[in-house]
Design a protein around this ligand. Structure first.
Ligand code: FES
Ligand SMILES: [Fe+2]
Length: 407
């Protein structure tokens, strides 16, 4: 991997705590947060070693033996459905001498056969074959290690933590927010992975603010009222609430964006209005798939839920999108979009894949470009932290939450 790390940036004397102490809460983060390998290591421990992240949706692995790989930092994790039907996260590390046992990105198999010396594991992680190890060898002691996971509304959450944060509030928020869209029984229509040459925080910071929407995302901005300052669209929020009441949709915005000291994963639900006359997030604002769950009509809104530090979901009445931002290295992140439709929807008959995915493909193409431009500028000797705009309240909140989490 080619990294661009300016030589002027070296770990601060006094380390990360000194850096945090120097940070002005009204300004963007100091350069070292995006360029210093020791901050990245610290992020991996404090953020990814404690919090939950979405690996995908169960709709990607409907049958026993289905699996896909996911990566966080240097860890490779297999998400598999066992022959017993249960979804598990398994460390992709052979219990013999540690080779990755699976290299296929996704597929269906009965066993993961290690390419090195041929040990074989079932999709529920049991070691079932170990060549020439003798009759005394107890295979039951050498299953693949299980990574903690939870399935909520069909979303597969994983964490690298041994003692992870609680998910009670996350479950409440997701069940209330996405239950009406029946995400549990949704189908995964498409997944698209983007490599972004930037620190993971720049990818997330870009997602959590919409100050950039008007200049960077004209396609998104004509459809989503949230690209305008809140005071200009206050009336649209109350109209959306009235409409939801009329339709019997009981989803409320809620905020549990708490720190880890509460013992619970942070979560946040925002119901927001679409532009007048817009039904969904699509090229022309019109439906692209059958209505989901209990929706009988379009309600003129979308439901956005933030699930911990790097996973975000957006539900329109006819489809949903999951956004994952995953650190791979200091200035290398994965950004993935996963599109959901109603469980029984059939491609070609009920939806056209190009139309379904068009809006967020153009939006994420633009995001990749602006995030990478952001990283290049942040790497410059001329970068200095700048002031947050009033429209970046959410970003400011996120950055200050992050600082507390790593302190
Ligand atoms: S490392 Fe997997 S069988 Fe040897
Ligand atoms: Fe964006």
């Amino acid at each position: 991997m080619d990294r661009v790390i300016p030589s002027s940036v070296v770990p601060e004397i006094g380390g990360i705590q000194a850096l945090i102490a120097k940070q002005d809460p009204d300004l963007s983060l100091q350069q070292a947060f995006y360029t210093d390998p020791s901050v990245f290591q610290h992020d991996m421990e404090r953020i990814f070693g404690r919090h939950w992240t979405i690996a995908g949706h169960i709709g990607s692995i409907p049958k026993p033996g289905d699996f896909f790989l996911t990566e966080i930092g240097s860890e490779s994790i297999i998400i598999a459905r066992g022959q017993d039907g249960r979804v598990r996260a398994l460390a992709n590390v052979c219990r013999h001498r540690g080779a990755n046992v699976c290299s296929a990105k996704s597929g269906n198999t009965r066993v993961f056969s290690c390419p090195y010396h041929g040990w074989a594991y079932t999709t529920d992680g049991r070691l079932v074959s170990a060549r020439h190890m003798g009759d005394e060898f107890d295979k039951s002691k050498f299953g693949l290690k299980e990574v903690q996971s939870r399935v909520i509304q069909g979303l597969i959450f994983i964490t690298l933590a041994d003692e992870p944060l609680g998910t009670v509030r996350l479950e409440e928020t997701l069940n209330e927010g996405f239950g009406p869209y029946d995400w549990t029984n949704a189908k995964v229509a498409a997944r698209e992975m983007y490599r972004v040459d930037a620190n993971w925080k720049l990818t997330v910071e870009n997602y959590v603010e919409c100050y950039h929407c008007a200049p960077a995302h004209p396609e998104y901005s004509v459809l989503h009222a949230i690209e305008r300052p809140r005071e200009q669209i206050e009336g649209m929020y109350s109209k959306l609430a009235d409409r939801a009441r009329e339709l019997g949709i009981a989803i409320n915005s809620s905020s549990h964006w708490d720190g880890s000291e509460t013992g619970e994963e942070a979560t946040y639900c925002l119901r927001y209005p679409l532009t007048d006359g817009v039904e969904t997030g699509s090229r022309d604002g019109k439906r692209v798939a059958p209505l989901m769950g209990s929706f009988k009509e379009f309600d003129g809104g979308a439901t956005s839920i933030h699930c911990g530090p790097t996973s975000f979901c957006l539900a329109y009445p006819d489809h949903g999108v999951i956004y994952r931002f995953i650190p791979r290295d200091l200035q290398w992140s994965d950004m993935e979009a996963i599109w959901l439709v109603r469980g029984d929807a059939v491609e070609g008959r009920d939806y056209n894949l190009d139309e379904l995915t068009w809006l967020w493909r153009v939006t994420l193409d633009a995001d990749k470009a602006i995030i990478e431009a952001n990283q290049r500028g942040v790497n410059s000797r001329y970068y200095e932290p700048g002031p947050f705009a009033p429209m970046e309240t959410n970003e400011k909140r996120y950055v200050n939450w992050y600082l507390k989490e790593i302190a």
